[in-house]
Design a protein around this ligand. Structure first.
Ligand code: HEM
Length: 555
């Protein structure tokens, strides 16, 4: 025993020296990066203590003392925040820096190795399989369901009789149910309370994940598993996974009975228009945004990726399937996707597809409630499109909602639902904004929230100004200056789905109600629990609009 202990100390010292030496390259490069001073051993870890709102505020405040690159040490972990679009482009557009940072592993018990977390060949194969299920043709077939769900949430909100309420609860439930009906192809008739329970469980799960990201002592599983959070996580995952398992079970039963969800492939473009369209796409592919007749999908002007390759042409020639139908059919036809992988992808799409849009729509409604003059302009545009009728919204209508679209973009600029994106650096990266290099082994964070508030790009950046997205303003802006959906090969696979659904739901709410907020933006207590939220909730009131045409019943 004595021998063991007399050897233990020198062994630890030797290991520590070796460990320090092996990281010499990292320290050398890190020393040149600007950042707030930290304490020995723990670095800046104390800045990450306190409530979610306090942590968010501390990081935003500390960031103000630095320009475009900010370094933090959290214990032995080097984190580098990037704010310059030129540096962000180097990371997001790259085929090399595709690997998510190690902190994403906390999602693993929930999302397994789904699209958000996976890497390498598996990610590539599954992305190729899943991206076409969010093609515009598939999305167009969802419009009726988007309308139904929008009318249903309006009916529920009407029953509140003008009381102040947290619209995020309503938006969460609505987005979960819409996803179940559209991407998962589960009929509302088979849905129950589990959609609402799912949304609430996801919110609490995000709180736990956020705690693990910010509290260094919760990093090791061995310590985390001893805490009450681990027990809570098991219960929450039970609620979350029960829903996704039920969705897959129901769908498989429907398949067994021969009910397949092949979508109609509407010939929305006449044959003679196709050639013209191809020419237009060829001409515009290098100079303009990936839009279809003016539809902006939240991607910065000029950016294109795997979601943009054939929108607006070749429609009707390919069989298009909604997400879960395609995965199940692919599994049957021998494509490399197992039952476990299907479950992981369903969990991923259910999470990524609902919490982000719930936050985006709740921030949008808050903005409308605060900026009454802007809300009036949106409603004037809607009156022009619908002429006061209460008919459902069509795809063509969504193309005409230009001002509403600009308000959505401005909301995503000021309150990006995913406020940071993190990558693990497998190689050193020389930055474009200055004479800095990020060492291999560091975690790089694209600081979307701070990027979107750079004064040099968005004058008066804390002011809600939809004109920031006038075509002449976006045309001259750096591609990577607006990345609410990320960009490049790992960009958000659901961004077109999100933009279309948001247009239908938000226009329906504004056609029915005037939104009022008794709180101003200065009262917002932002917290970045994975998804950006307001600590105090999204409190608004609604007043029915007058004169109102008779409301169509929700189906
Ligand atoms: C306003 C709504 C949305 C926002 C702001 C948003 C934002 C983002 C961002 C920033 C990423 C990159 C995350 C990272 O690299 O860590 C991402 C990835 C992803 N999003 Fe979204 N998203 C939204 C809606 C959706 C919807 C509706 C779906 C699906 C129905 C979806 C599915 C995904 C998936 C699967 C990924 C991972 C893609 C990959 O790594 O290949 N998102 N999203």
């Amino acid at each position: 025993m004595t021998v063991f202990f007399s050897l233990l100390l020198p062994a630890i010292v030797l290991w520590y020296i070796y460990w320090k030496l092996s990281r010499r390259h990292m320290y050398n490069l890190a020393d040149k990066l600007p950042g707030p001073n930290g304490l020995p051993f723990i670095g800046n870890a104390l800045d990450l203590t306190g409530t979610s709102h306090t942590v968010f505020k501390t990081i935003v405040e500390k960031g103000k003392d630095f320009n475009r690159v900010i370094k933090l040490w959290v214990g032995p972990k080097l984190i580098v925040f990037l704010v310059d679009p030129r540096d962000i482009e180097l990371v997001l557009s790259s085929q090399v820096y595709l690997e998510k940072s190690p902190e994403y592993r906390f999602f693993r018990p929930w999302l397994g190795n789904g699209l958000l977390i996976s890497s390498g060949q598996k990610w590539r194969a599954h992305r190729k399989l899943i991206a076409p299920t969010f093609h515009l043709n598939v999305l167009k077939s969802f419009i009726e369901l988007f309308n139904d769900n929008s009318r249903l949430v309006c009916k529920k909100m009407k029953a509140l009789n003008g009381k102040t309420f947290d619209c995020h609860d309503y938006m969460s439930e609505c987005t979960v149910e819409t996803l179940l009906e559209t991407a998962m192809g589960v009929s509302r008739k088979t849905q129950d309370q589990s959609g609402f329970d799912y949304a609430m469980a996801v919110m609490k799960m995000c709180d736990i994940l956020h705690l693990r990201h910010t509290k260094i002592w919760l990093y090791p599983d061995i310590l985390f598993n001893l805490t009450k959070y681990a027990t809570a996580q098991v219960k929450l995952l039970d609620v979350i996974h029960s829903l996704t398992k039920k969705v897959i079970r129901n769908k498989k039963e429907a398949f067994a009975k021969g009910t397949r969800g092949t979508l109609a492939t509407p010939e929305f473009i006449k044959p003679e228009e196709k050639e013209q369209k191809k020419e237009e796409v060829k001409k515009t592919s290098t100079t303009t945004a990936p839009t279809l007749e003016g539809m902006n999908f939240g991607q910065a002007a000029g950016l294109k990726d795997d979601l943009d390759f054939d929108d607006g042409m070749d429609v009707g020639e390919k069989k298009r399937l909604a997400f879960l139908d395609l995965l199940l059919e692919s599994a049957e036809n021998g494509a490399v996707i197992s039952d476990q992988e299907i479950k992981e992808q369903v969990d991923t799409i259910m999470f990524e597809g609902h919490d982000t849009t719930a936050a985006a729509s709740s921030f949008f409604l808050s903005m409308m409630g605060i900026h009454q003059d802007i809300q009036t302009k949106v409603v004037e545009e809607l009156d022009q499109i619908f002429g006061g009728s209460d008919r459902p919204c069509t795809f063509q209508d969504t193309l005409e909602m230009k001002y509403l679209e600009r308000c959505m973009m401005e909301t995503l600029r000021m309150y990006p639902p995913v406020p940071i994106i993190a990558r693990h650096m497998k190689h050193d990266l020389k930055l474009a904004s200055g004479d800095y290099s990020i060492p291999k082994g560091a975690t790089v964070v694209v600081a979307t929230y701070k990027l979107h508030r750079l004064e040099s790009i968005y004058p008066n950046p804390d002011k809600f100004n939809p004109d920031n997205f006038l075509p002449e303003k976006t045309a001259n802006r750096h591609y990577y200056a607006f990345v609410p959906f990320s960009a490049g090969p790992r960009s958000c696979v659901g961004r077109k789905y999100a933009m279309l659904k948001l247009k239908v739901i938000l226009s329906t709410i504004l056609r029915n109600f005037r939104v009022i907020s008794d709180l101003g933006e200065e009262d917002f207590r932002l917290q970045a629990d994975i998804i950006l939220k307001r600590e105090e909730g999204f409190q608004i009131r609604l007043e029915p609009r007058k004169p109102r045409a008779k409301q169509a019943p929700a189906s």
